[in-house]
Write a protein that binds this ligand. Structure first.
Ligand code: C2E
Ligand code: CA
Ligand code: CA
Ligand code: CA
Length: 277
């Protein structure tokens, strides 16, 4: 009827309005978030499967805004990417992560590495490499102890800056890791084309590894393939002991996930005493 048609229409407009309003509010609040110091970088430790030692951590940004509360990175990073704000935000994460790494490695007297996520828009910043270099120098961190996690989204852009920047980072000795491996369309051809050091198997495959033969076979084949290309393999999203046992059996090098630790604040990671380290 006319009435239900109108209701359907207004339902969609309301939904759309809500989504657009939320987006608009996030965009508006994001503009001031850096100066207002609303970001904090959390760290999730990575472990060596063989000896269960902590080998480093991944930096993951958190945003707490007085009006919006905690906004998850999956929600605000794409918006920051769209507006370009990801460039200064991304620089902030790199600075924080390197400052943290220096302190953490020094206090524990360990050769830890820190991994930072880089998104496509950051590669259009021509100052990116110089910024990374001066940040490394300022914190006296060796390039080998810094890793960038890159998804296919970065490589799909297919512009010359990306290729050039990745090659420069590789030449500097900075580690490159292919994130969310297996979720895109062209992961294999990108592995051939770029100088990756590490492959991160996406959480969605690890989720099914103990219950689903296909996932198990895919993870097994991915690890074998990665090793034949001289890549280290990280499994992300490890949540159970059974998953860890299987990954150990398959020769996976590194693991990270809630089974060991959620992402936690810098000081918590510095203070934390992990079982086997
Ligand atoms: P990602 O790079 O794939 O990061 C892994 C996500 O999985 C993180 O979510 C992490 O908290 C979560 N995770 C880790 N272990 C487990 C587990 O065992 N179970 C489950 N269910 N989840 C686990 P988070 O921190 O919400 O980040 C989401 C995404 O936002 C990241 O995905 C990354 O794409 C992006 N992101 C986060 N921080 C940054 C940043 O500083 N810069 C950029 N460019 N992107 C970031
Ligand atoms: Ca990542
Ligand atoms: Ca990932
Ligand atoms: Ca992801």
């Amino acid at each position: 009827s006319k009435l239900s048609g109108r209701n359907t229409y207004s339902f969609f407009t309301k939904e759309m309005n809500a989504i657009m309003l939320r987006r608009f509010e996030i965009e508006e609040q994001l503009n001031l978030a850096l100066q207002r110091n609303e970001f904090e970088v959390f760290y999730q430790p990575k472990f060596d499967v063989q000896n269960r030692n902590v080998i480093g951590a991944e930096a993951l940004i958190r945003w707490r805004n007085p009006a919006l509360g905690n906004v998850p990175p999956d929600e605000f990073i794409p918006i920051a990417e769209h507006t370009g704000l990801i460039v200064p935000i991304g620089k902030y994460v790199i600075e924080q992560a390197l400052e943290f790494l220096r302190e953490w490695a020094c206090i524990h007297n360990k050769n830890y590495t820190i991994a930072v996520n880089l998104s496509p828009r950051q590669f259009r910043d021509k100052e990116l490499i110089n910024f990374i270099l001066s940040a490394l120098r300022k914190e006296e961190v060796a390039p080998e102890n810094l890793e960038f996690e890159i998804t296919e989204g970065v490589l799909m852009v297919g512009n010359a800056y990306v290729d050039e920047a990745l090659e420069e980072l590789h030449q500097l000795g900075v580690k490159l890791s292919m994130d969310d491996f297996g979720t895109g369309y062209s992961s294999l051809s990108y592995l051939r084309r770029y100088s990756f050091d590490i492959l991160k198997i996406d959480r969605s495959f690890i989720d099914g590894i103990t219950v689903n033969k296909e996932d198990f076979d895919l993870v097994k084949a991915t690890i074998a393939m990665a090793h034949s290309l001289d890549l280290q393999v990280v499994a992300e999203g490890v949540e159970t002991h059974e998953q860890l046992m299987l990954l150990d059996k398959l020769g996976c090098d590194l693991v990270q996930g809630y089974y060991f630790s959620k992402p936690i604040p810098a000081q918590a990671l510095i203070d934390y005493r992990f079982p086997a380290s």
